[in-house]
Design a binder for this molecule. Sequence first.
Ligand code: FE2
Ligand code: FE2
Length: 397
Amino acid sequence: MEAYIPIPTAELPLEKIYDFSVFLIRGAEYVLFREGNLPMESAVVSRLRENGTEHVFIHARDYGKYAAAFVQDQPLKPGVNPLARYCQEQFVPVSRTALQEGWTLPITLYRLHKGAPVPTAAPNLPGVEKRILPAHRSKAYKLLIRKQDLAAFQAFLQAQLAQQATYDPLNATGGTLLRESMKLAAYGAYDTDEPAKGREAAEAAIAQTLPIILNNRDSCYGLLMGDQDNFHTLTHAVNVSVLSMGLGAYKNLPDADLAVLGLGALLHDVGRRILDPTDMFEMIEANPAWHEEVVEHPEVGARFCVEQAGLDHQVAQIVAQHHECPNGEGFPAGLRNEGLPLLSRIVAFMEVYDSLTSQTGKRDAMTPFKALGAMRKMGDKVDQALLTDFVRSLGES
Ligand SMILES: [Fe+2]
Ligand SMILES: [Fe+2]
């Protein structure tokens, strides 16, 4: 099957000659709309827009031509596959495990076919069918939604959560839904072009997750995310947030502090996104050393939180201090434990723990047991009192 990629109708350059064909989708069929080498008249495109046609399609093999002719303002770096970049800029991956058979989605869900997004489930297509669910495909089978559909998809997932009368975060479906909803919130918050929306999504996700952690602290460890969807930065952000709230709850911190802790932890690496906006999908995998090397990212992130997202200074302080180290060897300020507030110490601690238990380009993931042993051996590079609390919290419920 030929791979097609969607171009939003609103973005079509008008009164230009396209040297490739343009297609429309009718049901599940692609039909020719405009032969190559004909002008794209504005009258025709306005009619399309009036009809509510949101996308036209071009052959994936023509995307290079399209980008070269019409996307000049963002020249391609040599060696960058234009199609891969298009996917990164326009789409967000979603976990197949978050979906349930029979759902009718309010938005279009795409699957990757030969590197190009192809609509696979939508209101006017079949709903979520068995064939796209995890048991039926290999791990490499990716699903995507358009970035602009993020809020609608998240609202849909939250509605599904609310509808489950016997909702249990410990069961596989409930846990996955909650995790996916949190990851999408993190995606929104890390899309730094829309700080207010991102903040709202992140706050809603923390407000939803915190009661679950408070009611059953153990269940929070069931919310941790694996990296099956190759989405490391956000996976890491969600994990650090869930782990931090769990440890905070064990230490009986007041609810208000736990919410600040969860939010600061979820946003802690937002500065990386600002410093390197090109590669949201595979940041850690592509360059595992980046995380430690770019020493400005905590401060850049903290400034973003206050100035752009309008978040509380306490949240920003956590972001600013997440790479500080008890012995004063951390960055950017080199503060020692005595100078660090508890919330920052918790997030800095979980930063280390989640890095050790995650796979990076450098090394395999450690089991939690091994990671805890390694952290004990790290001596004053890790807050040993928090390590003791964390180990106890794992053993008690
Ligand atoms: Fe970081
Ligand atoms: Fe981090």
